[in-house]
Design a protein. Structure first.
Length: 62
């Protein structure tokens, strides 16, 4: 995956991304050392929607 925002797409609408949100996530619930950071891309119109989506995913995971 490229870290260049202009090469990535908004995960809501598929337009070119203008922003990225860092998301800490567990890829394995049983091991705390498996925390990783991923970039969640969004266009300017959907930035808040992606942020809310991340918060909902964290809430549902607990």
């Amino acid at each position: 995956m490229s870290s260049e925002i202009h090469n990535n797409l908004c995960e809501i609408c598929g337009k070119k991304a203008g922003a990225g949100i860092l998301d800490n996530y567990d890829n394995n619930d049983s091991n705390e050392d498996n925390n990783q950071i991923r970039i969640r891309y969004s266009c300017h119109d959907h930035y808040l929607q992606v942020y809310k989506k991340i918060k909902e995913e964290r809430k549902n995971k607990k």
